[in-house]
Design a protein around this ligand. Structure first.
Ligand SMILES: O=C(O)C[C@@H](O)[C@H](O)C(=O)CO
Length: 264
């Protein structure tokens, strides 16, 4: 059984510490910090670039030698307003001090230092519908390839209404053969509303050598090293996830599962 479902390490403080090494891949890292008011988290980006996402709550942020003031707006991620985010280049330190209870994600991928530190959002991030019917979901693009703001990170938020599917029709991005398809590792940080809910995520390859169907709960992370990766939210439970993708080329090109491509 592949180790794709990562449970929270704690309910407060450092909740996830996914590195390329412990994920068994090369590009994506992901940290999640849940901080009580007054609590702080710090880090060094080293040979990685980072996008800090204020998932919810407010915090005083210092990074890359600058004071960025208090970041954050929505107090609950399911308010769905545009997130406050910060791009932090490699070889920089950062420090977040919670001014309210807050949840802060640090999305990581390799970087050389070609891009400066800068705010991303809330300006320029617009909640956008993708799909229709029971495949409708709502997207906040934080840093996708049309935004020339990072070397390898692609970061997106997705809100899936109760009873709907997302990351669907099934698709994969696990071969480095641009422009046909790109190789992108991907992590999913999941939330459910109300929080006692659950969702389903399947990760599977065309040849069936990987086929895991996972029950995801609030604050779980799913790793997608390869294969298709659709999600479903049950009746009564809205699903949120924060996607981090990275690979050798900062482009998202995918191929649909041939069985379900007719739905595209
Ligand atoms: O469309 C969605 O529902 C989200 C996906 O695009 C998600 O970001 C992904 O699967 C990327 O390959």
């Amino acid at each position: 059984m592949a180790d794709l479902l990562r449970k929270p390490l704690a309910s407060e403080g450092l909740v996830h510490a996914i590195t390329a090494e412990n994920a068994g891949w090369r590009y994506v890292g992901f940290e999640l910090h849940r901080l009580a008011p007054g609590a702080a988290a710090t880090g060094l980006t080293k040979d990685r670039e980072a996008i800090l996402v204020m998932v919810e709550g407010h915090a005083q942020v210092q990074a890359a030698g600058q004071d960025w003031g208090v970041l954050g707006d929505r107090m609950d991620v399911f308010e769905k307003t545009a997130p406050h985010c910060l791009y932090i280049p490699p070889a920089q330190s950062w420090e977040v001090t919670a001014t309210t209870a807050c949840t802060v994600a640090i999305c990581l991928a390799p970087g050389r230092g070609d891009y400066p530190a800068r705010r991303l959002g809330p300006d320029g991030i617009t909640l956008t519908q993708r799909g229709d019917g029971s495949n409708t979901r709502w997207i906040n693009n934080i840093a996708m390839e049309d935004a020339d703001v990072a070397e390898s990170l692609l970061v997106t938020e997705v809100f899936t209404p109760a009873g709907n599917w997302s990351s669907y029709p099934s698709h994969r991005h696990d071969e480095d053969d641009y422009p046909r398809i790109t190789y992108l590792e991907e992590s999913y940080y999941h939330r459910l509303n109300p929080p006692q809910g659950f969702g389903i995520q399947r990760v599977y390859t065309d040849d069936g050598t990987l086929d895991e169907t996972m029950t995801v709960k609030n604050h779980d992370v799913v790793l997608v090293p390869r294969g298709h990766h659709p999600c479903a939210a049950p009746h009564g439970y809205e699903m949120y996830y924060l996607n981090v993708m990275a690979g050798p080329l900062r482009k998202w090109r995918f191929i649909a599962d041939p069985d379900h491509a007719w739905l595209m």
